[in-house]
Design a binder for this molecule. Structure first.
Ligand code: ZN
Length: 444
């Protein structure tokens, strides 16, 4: 039935943009931003997150928030800040087996400092490889359990010899802060929409850079556009960063009507949408309507594993927030390896994901509950130019059919989204018909 809000006077005057995307360079711009973010060594804290936010701040004016190490955040504690300046494994002849300078995936995130000479069998438990992808470097972290490790191509480790090895991890912990970024586009109402992407993965293009870069450009696109909703963008380290934001904004969460966590937006798969915990929130219904490159999303029910929708949909919040991805995390072989690089994402796919999110915003902004002003019998559309003067057609032309659906369901109990679901007519077509019917005073 009716969606997030009732009909409101003057609402239909807000400009909608359902025109096809004409700015073909936007995908290139998004890709370029992702490329700049890619090399930065990110973790859940540390200079990489700040550097990432600084690069993104060239596209949108971000607010940067620091939460001190040691702060209690619900059941969690903000960890000490982690910095790493280098790490190597040298064999007995001084040959470099691993150098952190070659890839920031080479060291397990949050590794404690190490400086030791070790046999192969002593080192082995600290080595992570992906034997089924022997040339890829896997991604590993140990944020909350003091540990250390190296990640390297399986083939590299197989040819590393028997040692002994000189092992160095030059890392450092201190009481600093966790950093996250936000951007708010102010609307005319007091209702909120959230878009969120994690900012804690090192060099991985699809699982991190794509979401950050797409959302930065969505935020930029909202500038200069009058919206009904406030749009909040959150760029925070996974789990602990989202929890920090939830704690900081807990008193405003009752205003949050819709939300999307995004990730993996740059590959050619999907789209894939995981519903919110509520299961039938307006955002869940919208995501069943919108398309990406002409394809509707494959829909998954909520499950408590994935990205920060886990936190937004925890029972104490139960917010209407779903997860949008192209290929689902864990479903593609490049996931969490060095193969998730800039050749795995494309400008065209990033642009299609961007366009899909803009279509979501268009629906959020355009959805309302219209009322038929001539509800007794069908109004005579022919004399108003909305119905063919020649009768006898087997089926109604699409435009006419859309007008008929709008008029029939505009009983004050159906939003345009309800109508799209019931009729199978695309939302944008119904919204256009409603606009035309308003112009000839058949609809409020
Ligand atoms: Zn990930």
């Amino acid at each position: 039935m009716a969606g997030g809000r009732a009909s409101c006077a003057g609402f239909g005057l807000i400009a909608m943009d359902f025109s096809p995307q004409t700015n073909l360079s936007i995908g290139d711009d998004i890709y370029q931003l992702a490329s700049r973010l890619f090399p930065i060594c990110r973790s859940i804290t540390g200079p990489g997150v700040r550097e990432t936010l600084a690069v993104m701040a060239e596209t949108i004016s971000l607010a940067v928030h620091d939460v001190p190490s040691g702060r209690q955040v619900f059941d969690w504690v903000v960890p000490p800040e982690w910095r790493i300046s280098g790490a190597t494994i040298l064999d007995a002849s001084g040959r470099k087996i691993v150098d952190f300078a070659d890839s920031n995936l080479h060291v397990m995130g949050y590794s404690i400092p190490v400086r030791r000479t070790m046999t192969r069998s002593e080192l082995e438990p600290h080595i992570h490889t992906a034997p089924d992808q022997p040339d890829a470097i896997p991604y590993r972290t140990s944020y909350y359990q003091p540990n250390w490790g190296f990640c390297l191509a399986h083939n590299r480790w197989q040819e590393a010899g028997d040692g002994p090895f000189e092992v160095v991890i030059d890392s450092h912990f201190h009481e600093g802060s966790l950093t996250y970024g936000t951007f708010t586009h102010k609307g005319t109402s007091e209702r909120d929409v959230l878009f969120s992407a994690h900012i804690c993965h090192p060099s991985m293009a699809n699982d991190n850079c794509s979401g950050l870069a797409v959302l930065a450009h969505v935020a930029q696109a909202l500038r200069g556009r009058t919206t009904w909703y406030n749009y909040h963008f959150l760029f925070a380290p996974g789990t602990i960063g989202a929890l920090c934001w939830l704690q900081e904004n807990e008193q405003h969460l009752h205003r949050l009507d819709h939300g999307l966590v995004v990730s993996c937006l740059g590959d050619s798969g999907g789209p894939t949408y995981k519903r919110s915990r509520q299961g039938n929130a307006v955002i869940d219904r919208i995501m069943a309507q919108v398309e990406c490159d002409g394809r509707k999303a494959s829909l998954q029910d909520f499950s408590p594993y994935g990205y920060d929708e886990r936190q937004f949909c925890s029972p104490g919040f139960n917010l209407p927030v779903g997860l949008l991805q192209r290929s689902a995390h864990g479903s593609f072989p490049q996931y969490h390896t060095s193969d998730d690089n800039l050749s795995f994402i494309t400008p065209g796919d990033l642009q299609a994901s961007y366009r899909m999110i803009m279509d979501v915003i268009d629906i959020l902004e355009a959805d309302y509950v219209p009322v038929n002003l001539s509800p007794k019998g069908e109004p005579q559309l022919g004399r108003r130019g909305l119905y063919s003067a020649t009768g006898g057609h087997r089926t109604a032309p699409p435009d006419t059919l859309a007008c008929l659906w709008v008029l029939n369901l505009a009983d004050g109990n159906h939003s345009l989204l309800d109508m799209a679901e019931r009729s199978g007519v695309p939302f944008a077509t119904l919204a256009d018909s409603a606009r035309r019917l308003r112009e000839i005073q058949l609809l409020t």
